[in-house]
Design a protein around this ligand. Structure first.
Ligand code: CA
Length: 233
């Protein structure tokens, strides 16, 4: 399988290319958006790894130009960690996946393999857990078939929980994954937003929110999205 690596930083590009070569892929590296469009439309790649920051035209423009002609070749975008708006924009333009920088090579490899295994399908834009459904393309959330109106930050937080269903997430992990902080600024912003989500998602009103909420409070640990099987819904 041939992977086109679009990255202008040669150190990063060679790190990716070396790793993919070692995993049995045939890689080609290009450093500009114009070359990326040209090579992709020439059919040079089975998958494109596309950096957002490029010296000529940015990754979004590259993606848009590719997608006007070619809707099939999978594109994985490399975005800055915690940059929710870039991610959304990429998905809207037809990216198949995104990978926040910096990333572990193993994660990159897993995403590449997953994309080459699956044909492109709109279902990949849906995250589900029990009766909860998130559409990453339209940015809509539904619970029990009813639309839930979320702000973009609430949506990002819920997406983060869904991607880590059943795992205990510390406040620092949540701050990092959703707000892009790698430190705890000492605010209670996570607790505040979890509260917002609970008030919008937990439809059945019960006095003991922490015990029955979709998002559980884990004493001393953080928060956890109840696993589908354990939700009892
Ligand atoms: Ca770059």
């Amino acid at each position: 399988m041939r992977v086109l690596v679009v990255e202008d930083e040669s150190r990063v590009a060679s790190f990716i290319a070396k790793g993919l070569d070692g995993a049995g892929f045939v890689t080609e590296v290009v450093g500009t958006g114009a070359e990326a469009v040209r090579r992709t439309l020439e059919g040079a790649a089975d998958l494109v790894l596309l950096d957002v920051g490029l010296p000529d035209i940015d990754g979004f423009t590259v993606l848009a130009e590719i997608r006007t002609v070619d809707q099939a070749t999978p594109v994985i975008m490399l975005t800055a960690r915690g940059d929710v708006s870039s991610r959304v924009r990429g998905l809207e333009l037809g990216a198949d996946d995104y990978l926040p920088k910096p990333f572990d090579f193993e994660e990159l490899l897993a995403r590449v393999r997953a994309r080459l295994r699956q044909p492109r399908q709109p279902e990949s834009f849906l995250l589900r857990s029990g009766d909860l459904e998130l559409d990453l393309r339209s940015r809509r959330a539904r619970r029990a078939e009813l639309q839930v109106d979320l702000t973009s930050r609430e949506f990002a937080l819920l997406e983060f929980f869904l991607r880590h269903e059943g795992q205990v997430l510390s406040r620092v992990q949540i701050l990092n994954g959703v707000w892009g902080y790698d430190f705890d600024p000492g605010s209670n912003v996570v607790d505040v937003y979890v509260g917002y989500l609970r008030s919008k998602l937990d439809t059945g009103s019960t006095p003991d929110v922490a015990a029955t909420s979709l998002i559980e409070t884990v004493r001393g640990g953080g928060y956890r999205l109840r696993e589908h099987s354990a939700s009892g819904l």
